[in-house]
Design a protein around this ligand. Structure first.
Ligand code: PRP
Ligand code: ZN
Length: 303
């Protein structure tokens, strides 16, 4: 069942996040950085929003798309892999789309990959014909196989996919790879990417029509503000006038240097930089005549 307009109007937004696992802590931190805070409940599955009427539901990540589809939750932080798998499964079952990714969140990066036993000589998808592939992502895998025009057998497993080749229940696997340690430990090697994934904020396909709509818009705007400033650093320093041009040349990836009023001969300068400013880079600037170097992280922005 999907959220319908006959559902009772709600004035609190409900966000589902993973209770424990890779995405749990970053999801909470990100929402906290958006200005949300919660009263921790005793059962720790529901957190009542204090700063804003935005509550958290702590669940298994696999349950998040369904909770959005059923209108139990309005938003969820979930891996694109899980969202895409369940969306494809719905479509195969003839069901209408019920959720969509709204924003990539920049953490939880991983890939859904085919991995084969180390001793295989991988020559491409055609080699998969007639093979058994173990996976927890049967819909994505089936769609990919179809795209490739390859007929292989999809063996659906809910966990411990990586030991299937050793147990003889499959010839190869299709699973998430992050560091690659799990594959290596099971004498498997990744050979083909099916999906690049990261954590996303997922939401309904239809706009909400009560007080939650405004809360959702505000949250999205704050998220955008955070992602805009995430890698931005304000660099401040002073220098003698005749060194300014040389210093500017050492900062090709920064915005044009802004001069601030200063006393005496030195010029006060500042600029916004994208990405990290390493110690090495600061020392290089210092050798070129920059003094009193200071790097400030940007915390919020409503540009
Ligand atoms: C994935 C995958 C592997 C592991 C790979 O599980 O199923 O077990 O991560 O990571 P590695 O390449 O760093 O070794 P995940 O932690 O995402 O849990 P879930 O699939 O059960 O949600
Ligand atoms: Zn999971």
């Amino acid at each position: 069942m999907s959220a319908s307009s006959s559902a009772p109007a709600r004035d609190r937004l409900r966000i589902a996040i993973q209770k424990s696992g890779r995405l749990a802590d970053p999801a909470r931190s990100l929402l906290a950085a958006c200005g949300l805070s919660w009263r921790q409940s005793r059962d720790k599955l529901f957190c009542f929003g204090e700063s804003l009427p935005v509550d958290l539901l702590l669940v298994r990540d696999d349950d998040i798309p369904g909770l959005i589809a059923d209108g139990v939750c309005d938003l969820g932080v979930v891996g694109l892999n899980e969202l895409d798998e369940q969306a494809k499964a719905r479509r195969r079952a003839g069901l209408a789309d019920a959720y969509q990714p709204l924003r990539g969140l920049g953490f939880g990066q991983c890939r859904l990959m085919l991995a084969v036993p180390d001793e295989w000589d991988w020559q491409g998808p055609a080699q998969l014909a007639g093979k058994r592939i173990a996976t927890s992502y049967p819909a994505i895998l089936a769609a990919w196989l179809q795209e490739q025009g390859v007929e292989a057998q999809v063996v659906e497993l809910s966990g411990s996919v990586e030991i299937a080749p050793k147990l003889g229940t499959a010839d190869l696997i299709c699973d998430l790879v992050s560091s690659g340690a799990t594959l290596a430990a099971n004498q498997l090697k990744p050979v083909q990417t099916l999906l690049d994934s990261e954590a996303v904020l997922a939401g309904p396909v239809h706009a909400l029509d009560d007080a939650r709509a405004g809360l959702m818009a505000m949250l999205l705007r704050r998220l955008d503000g955070l992602s805009k400033v995430q890698d931005r650093k304000l660099l401040m320093f002073s220098a003698a006038e005749e060194r300014v041009d040389a210093l500017a040349r050492l900062l090709p990836d920064a915005e044009p240097l802004l001069r601030l009023p200063a006393e005496g001969g030195a010029v006060r300068l500042q600029t916004m930089c994208n990405g990290a400013l390493s110690w090495q880079r600061l020392e290089e600037l210092e050798r070129a005549g920059a003094q009193e170097l200071m790097v400030l992280a940007v915390e919020k922005s409503l540009a």
